[in-house]
Write a protein that binds this ligand. Structure first.
Ligand SMILES: O=C(O)CCC(=O)C(=O)O
Length: 267
């Protein structure tokens, strides 16, 4: 198995202090000023630099053990309040489906633009849940990230947004349902608006082909792809950091049908 054993065993990894705090706080200001282009993250000047960042791409390349592929699956999450255990791979609950036949080299990077070590709102992950095709298994862990940290998780991993830290600063690894019932007076409030950048990378191969086919079937992703504009400068940055760029929309998006909700592809 390529890359860090911890990542492939647990299904996620937190790498501390990968990015400069001041730079991340600058992106935070950019997002709060609503200075974002439509499309994926790479289409935005400024924060789009995260997609091609040499430290991020190098971390991803180490975990994959080969050249990372980027295909326009990324977004800036602004003030999300949702919770709920979920996976994001193509075949989430079907053990016989292709996604579960061997290791799954597609994962997402999460960069949280505020503190979640002493403040609620961090990511909850279920340990080793990338090995089970349901969202019920795996011990829940709260990831108390700080500004500058980078989280990587396998897309088969089960997770939930908006975890909680209780007073005076103790992370609480509880289910989304319990988290949602805790009275505000016992929890540490989030530090300002909850902002995060999510970027998906993968290794070339059948899993990635299927994941991209799955994305073609999702309405939200087709609309992101329609608005993608990758400047020559962004492409040069990708090349310099060793990232391959794919443009799945160039093969056309008119068919097949697209869905608003999760829908498993046939196989
Ligand atoms: O908002 C979050 O922290 C979780 C997002 C997530 O699960 C994802 O983008 O895959």
């Amino acid at each position: 198995m390529p890359g860090e054993t911890e990542f492939w065993d647990n299904g996620y990894l937190v790498r501390r202090g990968v990015l400069e705090k001041d730079r991340i706080l600058g992106y935070r200001r950019q997002i709060l000023a609503n200075d974002l282009a439509p499309g994926d993250v790479l289409s935005s000047p400024g924060v789009g630099e995260l997609v091609t960042d040499p430290a991020v791409v190098s971390l991803v390349g180490d975990l994959l053990g080969e050249t990372p592929q980027y295909f326009g699956d990324s977004n800036v999450s602004i003030r999300s309040t949702g919770r709920g255990y979920h996976k994001d791979n193509a075949d989430r609950y079907d053990p016989s489906a292709p996604d579960w036949q061997n290791s799954y080299p597609i994962f997402r990077i999460g960069i949280y633009l505020q503190d979640h070590h002493r403040h609620s709102g961090g990511l909850n992950v279920r340990e080793r849940s990338h090995l089970v095709p349901n969202v019920r298994a795996g011990r829940t862990r709260y990831l108390g990230t700080e500004v500058g940290d980078v989280v990587a998780w396998n897309l088969r991993n089960t997770r939930s947004a908006n975890g909680v830290v209780i007073r005076p600063g103790i992370p609480l690894a509880v289910s989304p349902r319990v988290a949602g019932r805790l009275p505000g007076r016992v929890t540490c409030q989030p530090k300002g608006e909850r902002l995060a950048v999510f970027i998906t990378y993968g290794a070339s191969g059948a899993h990635l082909d299927r994941y991209i086919d799955y994305l073609r079937s999702r309405t939200y992703q087709r609309s992101i792809w329609r608005d993608c504009v990758w400047t020559p400068e962004a492409r040069n940055r990708a090349e310099a950091s060793g990232l391959d760029l794919l443009g799945p929309w160039s093969a056309g998006l008119a068919s097949p049908e697209s869905f608003d909700e999760y829908h498993q592809l046939s196989y």
